[in-house]
Design a protein around this ligand. Structure first.
Ligand code: PLP
Length: 398
């Protein structure tokens, strides 16, 4: 076996994975790892979670797929649950985060068409954001390393500098603006959280100017920050929201949530998906959402996140030559490093058998399962500390 016949778009770590259980992952050579990547914030209830395994087994023996030309009871049940626990009135199910973003962008543009303002096509994203790899999503994030070489940029997409309030205000006031799209806490960009007061200000500006707010909570939603939705910390809501990743606990699923008003242009025939909302995904989604949305799960996230953040701040003080900054919200934690983050991740993996994810701004992200135990959190800190020591000795050796 080799990667010879795989399209060469990934720079893969030299680790052949075999199986997982909870926060542990085993390589094919039997090495055990503490997994603080979790499929990049996806296996939120740990590997091989028995509740999710059972949900897959039960549904697999019953019905996998039918198509959206039929009524799918599991889809209705999961949409009910999502709407009950969010700002949304309606949901469209997808198979991935980027498809959920795609649906969100289309929903926003259709809204203005339904309002008789088809000229409102301008969508503003931010530097450092990541919305997925489909054409709409790469244009919305407008990160040149993802858009270059793929033909002309799509019309009506613009990138603002994160934190440039004056430019954002001008965007809100522009009469052809359709929507603003952002991750309340950036994931890939390095765990940057937009301040709560800025999110509230954005809501006010959007309302005053007839602009929609799209949140991409594909990574920061579903309990990751210690609230079910990251925007809850700010006490405001978007008009449209894309979610995915943890919604299936590792099973491919995504969803675009919207208010009835924002979704009013999404009428019969304007959008669709073959696999989106299939019975198998819906069964796992219901099980995962049921567990993640429990108050005790969210309380646990806050407890573990508080511990980890405190410990990481302690390490930042002890290792100022290795750690520049600790940031993020809940269990979406970013550590900005002095040594190259890719190198640091390799040291953590090979020397300490600790898996951490990369991120923008030379960060490494710590994304454990939401049900990480305190003991496992202690172990993660210990391994991280030893990696810092290793990094220090490596840097001293030049
Ligand atoms: N949006 C955000 C914030 C993400 O982090 C990701 C994936 O990392 C996506 C969208 C795209 O999701 P997917 O890879 O499932 O298409």
């Amino acid at each position: 076996m080799s990667t010879e016949h795989l399209m060469g778009v990934y720079n893969r770590a030299p680790l052949e994975v075999d199986r997982g259980q909870g926060a542990r992952l085993w390589g094919r050579d039997g090495t055990e790892y503490l997994d603080c990547v979790m499929g990049i914030s996806t296996n939120a209830l740990g590997h091989a979670n028995p509740i999710l395994v059972q949900a897959v087994k039960d549904q697999a023996e019953k019905l996998w797929h039918v198509s959206n030309i039929f009524k799918i009871p599991g889809q209705e049940a999961l949409a009910d649950a999502l709407c009950e626990k969010s700002f949304a009135d309606v949901v469209f199910f997808t198979n991935s985060g980027t498809e959920a973003v795609e649906c969100a962008l289309k929903t926003a543009r259709r809204y203005h068409v339904a309002n008789g303002q088809p000229e409102r096509i301008d969508i503003y994203g931010f530097d450092g954001s990541f919305h997925g790899r489909t054409y709409g999503a790469i244009n919305a994030a407008a990160n040149p390393s993802y858009t270059e070489g793929f033909g002309p940029k799509m019309e009506g997409f613009h990138q603002l500098v994160w934190g440039d309030k004056a430019a954002l205000e001008a965007a809100f006031r522009n009469p052809t603006t359709c929507a603003v799209i952002l991750e309340p806490v950036q994931g890939e960009g390095g765990c940057r959280a937009t301040p709560d007061e800025d999110l509230r200000w954005m809501r006010q500006m959007a309302d005053e100017n007839g602009v929609l707010i799209i949140f991409d909570e594909v990574q920061c939603g579903m309990g990751r920050t210690g609230r079910l939705w990251a925007h809850e910390w700010a006490g405001m809501t978007p008009d449209i929201m894309a979610i995915a990743k943890a919604l299936g606990g590792g099973f491919p699923i995504g969803a675009c949530l919207a208010t009835a008003e924002a979704a009013k242009g999404m009428t019969v025939g304007v959008h669709g998906s073959t696999f989106g909302g299939n019975p198998l995904a819906m069964a796992v989604g219901q099980a995962a959402f049921g567990e993640i949305s429990k108050p005790e799960t969210l309380a646990h996230v806050n407890e573990i996140a508080g511990y980890l953040k405190q410990q990481l701040h302690g390490l930042a003080q002890r290792f100022p030559d290795v750690i520049v900054d600790v940031r993020g919200k809940g269990l979406l934690l970013g550590v900005k490093l002095v040594p190259n983050n890719r190198e640091f991740m390799g040291w953590a993996r090979d020397e300490q058998h600790l898996l951490v994810a990369g991120g923008g701004d030379n960060c490494c992200r710590i994304l454990p399962p939401l049900n990480l135990t305190l003991e496992e959190a202690r172990e993660a800190v210990e391994r991280f500390e030893k990696t810092c020591e290793f990094a220090r000795s490596k840097m001293a050796a030049g």
